[in-house]
Ligand binder design. Structure first.
Ligand SMILES: NC(=O)c1ccc[n+]([C@@H]2O[C@H](COP(=O)([O-])OP(=O)(O)OC[C@H]3O[C@@H](n4cnc5c(N)ncnc54)[C@H](OP(=O)(O)O)[C@@H]3O)[C@@H](O)[C@H]2O)c1
Length: 250
């Protein structure tokens, strides 16, 4: 469908499960060369890589801690050495803590900011330099509905994602002249592992405030990402695409 994505070098962080896995599969099946990372789920990452390779697609998994600038620099430089460029960077890896502000410890706050905000900062700071040299690139940063509509119990998470929203808009302003587009994808509740930890009461409360009357799925997010990464979206930069079934209105 998006033929311009064929052969593009796409980096997806946190591709071993959930939304990231969906992104890896969608871009690989669009014909992109997908390099994706994981932190601890090696077996799952290898299984995804093997499955896609066996179907004739290109996918390479690597263990990279996105919160370490040193690890990110080494990883991106390895990809540049092999491919000469990175066309699309998707910062998806994330940590989703829950808890009221006064129960949020220093270490939870640090882990949230390091995984979410610092991870995005690290990848952008390294990959953007190559995109500027090539005068071309797309960055998609995964945020969340709660960066737009803050929710109880999500102080660390909402703040880390709001920081990503802000950074993304500044990058869109500063690097548009190099033909680099920077957008965010902000899902509401998506059917992933996290849904298992949410009570039926909370789920039905969410559904009652969701005009499209269902939770989102991984494909809803990857469809949006494919569009934003493709040339179909070539005049779109600096936006937050809410994928919420309309819940942001209620
Ligand atoms: N699920 C939802 O309802 C929802 C809604 C809105 C936004 N989001 C956002 O969407 C993204 C994915 O969410 P998800 O629910 O799919 O998450 P998930 O199932 O928990 O997966 C998180 C991914 O991030 C990786 N990761 C975590 N810390 C990392 C680090 N320091 N370095 C590299 N990789 C790291 C994990 O790797 P390992 O498995 O190897 O540890 C895993 O691949 C997150 O940014 C999240 O905030 C999710």
């Amino acid at each position: 469908m998006y033929t311009d994505l064929q052969g593009k070098v796409v980096v997806v962080t946190g591709g071993s499960k959930g939304i990231g896995r969906g992104l890896v599969e969608a871009f690989a099946k669009a014909g992109s060369k997908v390099y994706f990372t994981y932190l601890s789920s090696e077996a799952q990452a290898k299984q995804i890589e093997d499955q896609l390779l066996s179907e004739g697609w290109f996918a390479r998994a690597a263990q990279v801690d996105g919160s370490s600038l040193e690890h990110v620099r080494a990883y991106i430089n390895e990809i540049i050495a092999a491919e000469e460029s990175i066309d699309v960077l998707i910062n998806n890896a994330g940590f989703i803590p829950r808890g009221l502000f006064l129960t949020t410890t220093d270490s939870i706050m640090d882990k949230t900011m390091d995984t979410n905000f610092k991870g995005v900062y690290n990848y952008c700071s390294v990959a953007l330099k190559y995109m500027v040299l090539k005068k071309q690139g797309v960055i998609l940063n995964m945020t969340t509905l709660s960066s737009y509509l803050p929710a109880k119990g999500q102080s660390a998470y909402s703040a880390s994602k709001a920081a990503i929203e802000s950074l993304s808009k500044v990058l869109a302003i500063e690097y548009g002249k190099y033909n680099i587009r920077v957008n965010t994808v902000a899902p509401g509740l998506i059917e992933t592992e996290i849904v298992k930890s949410i009570s039926d009461q909370v789920k039905s409360d969410i559904l009652s405030k969701t005009p499209l009357n269902r939770l989102g799925n991984v494909e809803d997010v990857s469809n949006a990402a494919l569009f934003l990464a493709s040339d179909q979206a070539k005049y779109i930069t600096g936006v937050q695409l809410l994928i919420t079934g309309g819940k942001h209105l209620c």
